[in-house]
Design a protein around this ligand. Structure first.
Ligand code: GRF
Length: 226
């Protein structure tokens, strides 16, 4: 039996994506051990979800640190104590500095609500509507020093409907994000994904475009013919 993927999840809020991971661990779809859930905001729903699943939780409030790098250093120690194989940023609303990034480079992934490279930063639903996009979606990428700019691993797309506003778009995207995060972490738990430089490798082959979530909840990915 292969060892469970030791995963730390960083959150700032509701934690619905964390819940999707917890549920997929319970059903046995994910061979993953969520060893630590860390929030930079106290009393958020995501922490309550983690606690009721019996997970190890911590709160590290960024406002209690004199500057960003002090916070990142403390967070890095807290994350590193568990020696995770994977760190998942699931609604973690902080920019990651080098103190946190460097020790975990290639092991840290972020869920971002847009079809990267479109619409980095915040308020991506409104950005998509303002741009007149016909599709919106979510991406999971390796975290690098560039905000929302690391190599993209996987994506899910939904159509933008004529009556959509930012709330309806966000509401329809949320369940697709949950499926995306589970399918992506599943690939990690099977040791199928790696990052090298600016490239993502799946099953040892360079990914020329992001994995796309299929209606069956998988990626239907096949290695390109040699
Ligand atoms: C998600 O929409 C994610 O794309 C964004 O923040 C939201 C987190 O939601 N980065 P939740 O806390 O997992 O419910």
């Amino acid at each position: 039996m292969t060892a469970l993927l030791k995963t730390t999840v960083l959150i700032s809020g509701t934690g619905s994506n964390l819940q999707a991971l917890i549920d997929a661990c319970r059903t046995g779809r994910l061979e993953t051990d969520i060893i630590h859930v860390i929030s930079n905001v106290p009393d958020v729903k995501g922490l309550a979800r983690a606690e009721s699943a019996g997970l190890n939780t911590s709160v590290l409030q960024h406002g209690r640190f004199s500057d960003r790098s002090d916070f990142d250093r403390a967070l890095s120690l807290l994350v590193g104590a568990g020696d995770p194989d994977l760190i998942v940023l699931a609604g973690f609303m902080r920019i990651i500095g080098p103190e946190l990034l460097t020790p975990f480079s290639g092991r840290m992934i972020n869920l971002h609500p847009s079809l990267l490279p479109l619409h980095r930063g915040t308020n991506t639903y409104q950005q998509a509507l303002n741009a007149g996009d016909t599709q919106h979606g979510a991406s999971i990428h390796f975290v690098t020093a560039e905000l929302d700019g690391g190599p993209v691993i996987s994506q899910v797309a939904i159509p933008v409907l004529p009556d959509d506003d930012r709330d309806s778009l966000a509401q329809r995207l949320a369940p697709m994000e949950h499926r995306l995060i589970v399918a992506t972490v599943e690939f990690f738990s099977r040791h199928r994904v790696e990052c090298s430089g600016a490239s993502v490798f799946v099953d040892g082959k360079v990914l020329t475009s992001p994995l796309r979530l299929q209606p069956d909840g998988g990626f239907g990915w096949q290695a390109p013919a040699e």
